[in-house]
Design a protein around this ligand. Structure first.
Ligand code: NAD
Length: 361
């Protein structure tokens, strides 16, 4: 939580204890927390009734949380099953920010969107720094330089932000998404929609894309070959929640790109959209630079933290009563869907399935 948000939380009758140095790398000093009324200590867990984190705590950390407290943050509950076991063992009521439904009512708490916004924005800046070209068209005494040709694959929250950022920098942008309804959003940002297979049924009821068949994937790649080949920069952002990222850019497609071209694979944390992406690394293949950053929001830490902490504070309000006490209203869809563990049990059906536990139907 940033100091600005701590003010609001204290107004809601909570007292706040911050871990010393927690905000330092995002530009929030211990003093800034003290100035707004938080206590700053080396070990903030003893006595905590609610622990707020950014990413999943380690098993050791979770062991030091007070029994029966509540926990809110990105918890990666579908893979961090060891952590989930510790949480049930300590009767911790945990809420995962990534499990909050993407509904209009929960928009202020949608940390997936706020962090994807940061990721899409910064991905384009990385591309701008890595390409040997100017982004905008430049008309100078030394001649006219055409704008960089930038392709965005996957136009969800991160992709749309990447388009907007690239347009502001003057790039000529085209974009593609499997969900046909995104075409209008792409065009309204001044980008060209790439004609490649779209799938009316690709959007699940949740609004997310579903996994496509091998045949559709092959048709997608065939349709994208020439546009990838003709691009100076490709920013890939296509993801499917709970599954590996779809493969959109094959090794052969990379080998047809011009030397000096750049790929930034925003989907690297879930395996990447490019066959050659190595998550967390930057590699070069036949003169093409391929970046696989896995920490994009952290690279815009100040503003990503401001957004994240507003999301978290909105959720904390939802589980707070008039006198600052915790109230878990499980009849509320946002609270029930975000809940992973409560009262010594795993409550989330998808996490139960991942852990091989019985799921009530
Ligand atoms: P995401 O990160 O899961 O995926 C990014 C994009 O990749 C999506 O647009 C998806 O369609 C696309 N994609 C997946 N497989 C693909 C493939 N094989 N080829 C091409 N593209 C592919 O998505 P996200 O950014 O988290 O957004 C998911 C959905 O949730 C969107 O429809 C978005 O509008 C919606 N949403 C709704 C709200 C709200 O109503 N409050 C808030 C945020 C997002």
């Amino acid at each position: 939580m940033t100091p600005q948000v701590v003010v609001r939380v204290i107004e809601e009758r909570h007292s706040v204890v911050a871990e010393s140095g927690a905000g330092e790398r995002a530009g929030f000093s211990d003093d800034a927390y003290r100035q707004v009324g938080a206590e700053v200590v080396a070990d903030p867990y003893p006595g905590a009734e609610l622990v707020v984190v950014v990413g999943p705590p380690s098993v050791e950390q979770a062991m030091s949380f007070p029994e029966g407290c509540a926990l809110v943050g990105f918890l990666d509950p579908f893979t961090a099953t060891d952590l989930v076991s510790v949480l049930t063992g300590r009767r911790i009521t945990s809420f995962a920010m990534e499990s909050i439904p993407r509904t209009t009512l929960a928009q202020t708490m949608d940390a997936l969107s706020s962090q994807a916004t940061a990721a899409g924005y910064h991905a384009v800046l990385l591309a701008a720094a890595a390409t040997p070209r100017f982004f905008p068209m430049l008309t100078t005494a030394a001649g006219t330089i055409p704008p960089v040709k930038l392709l965005v694959l996957g136009a969800g929250v991160a992709g749309l932000q990447a388009i907007a950022t690239a347009r502001r920098l003057g790039a000529a942008v085209s974009a593609y998404d499997i969900r046909p309804e995104v075409r209008e959003q792409i065009e309204s940002l001044g980008a060209r929609f790439v004609a490649a297979p779209v799938d009316e049924s690709a959007a699940a009821a949740t609004g997310y894309a579903k996994e496509v068949s091998d045949e559709t994937q092959r048709r997608q790649q065939d349709a994208l070959v020439s546009v990838v080949e003709d691009s100076d920069v490709v920013v890939t952002t296509a993801q499917i929640p709970g599954s590996p990222a779809p493969l959109l850019v094959s090794r052969e497609m990379v080998e047809r790109m011009r030397p000096g071209s750049v790929i930034v694979d925003v989907a690297a944390p879930s395996g990447g959209n490019c066959e050659l992406t190595r998550p967390g690394e930057t590699i070069e293949h036949n003169g093409v630079t391929i970046l696989g950053p896995t920490d994009l929001p952290s690279r815009v830490a100040h503003d990503a933290s401001q957004m994240y902490s507003r999301n978290v504070a909105a959720f904390v309000s939802r589980i707070t009563g008039e006198n600052g006490e915790q109230v878990f209203d499980f009849a509320n869809q946002i609270v029930s869907e975000a809940c992973i563990t409560h009262d010594g049990k795993v409550t989330h059906p998808v996490v139960r399935r991942a852990m091989g536990l019985e799921v009530e139907t």
